[in-house]
Design a protein around this ligand. Sequence first.
Ligand code: IPM
Ligand code: MN
Length: 355
Amino acid sequence: MSKSYKIAVIGGDGTGPEVVREGVKVLKAAAAKFGFKLDLTDFDFGGARYLRTGEVLPATAVEDLRKFNAIYLGAIGHPDVKPGILEKGILLKLRFDLDQYINLRPVKLYPGVECPLKNKGPADIDYVVVRENTGDMYTGAGGFTMKDTPHEVAVQAAVYSRFQVDRALRFAFELARARGKKRTLALCGKTNVLTFVYDLWDRAFHEMGARDFPDIKREYYHVDATCMWMIKNPEWFDVIVTGNLFGDIITDLAAMTQGGMGIAAGGNLNPAPGGVSMFEPIGGSAPKYTGQNVINPLAAICAGMMMLDQLGEKAAAAAIEKSVMELTAHKLKSIAAGRMGYSTTQVGDLVAESL
Ligand code: IPM
Ligand code: MN
């Protein structure tokens, strides 16, 4: 009997539904070719639903989503909703409540994709950022005192437990081993200023590395220097591990070096047995391109590829990547929305057909 996967599909806001539609097209083609089944269920979570109902997420949403093997997400963010409401109420809530403690961001420059770095090509840009996804300044620890007075104070604390740090580090070490490339793990921190939080990271990093991963070389970079080397010498990196906030920042920088938001995908992983992970293009809802059939769906297609890889459908994932690479190398004029030489739906068709 062929395997069957229950996938929750959240198209979300803006161009999210358009790119997810193409991703689903490719996933279905892969399922047919590689002999597995997909049982897809749509959810209407996002800004439009919030504006209509006043409710960010229905009370049963998290429990409902736990019943799926994975979540495939388009984009969350609406120009008519105050910043923070949808991000915290949907995206971050799902990451936290489903304990998706790893944010995995492959940074790979595909052939034919224009790179803003001079003299760098696909051989130079091929690494993965492991961003811790549940702690740091994202926990909401903090608050205001004397709000709306001249003496107002705001505190937002970077919070990390040893447990959170250890599980993120272990994932990253294991990934460096599994990739089998440079067998190097770089910790990105700020031990010269954040002498508590990144001291904890640094000690945990070297203790675990020396004890359990002697075959993996350890490197350390401050976050500011990491940004510098990601531009100057991206070929140095294999796997980078870092906290939630630095990870958020450096992965947008990394995305630009791999061709931009049209191609960059990420996974919010709960690697535990039975854990529900969520896969998304990282580009956001792009309101100005909504409904025009010009946005690039490759990032969403690559998110779908990551989802299949995580579900264990390795051959299907590899085939999707191959098709995407053929397209970037030989067909697409550009990665940018509106300049691809094809529409959103045509790009989806091309990938699905070439499978
Ligand atoms: C990301 C996004 C989110 C984050 C926002 C939308 C809350 O920027 O996935 O990187 O900061 O994590
Ligand atoms: Mn971000």
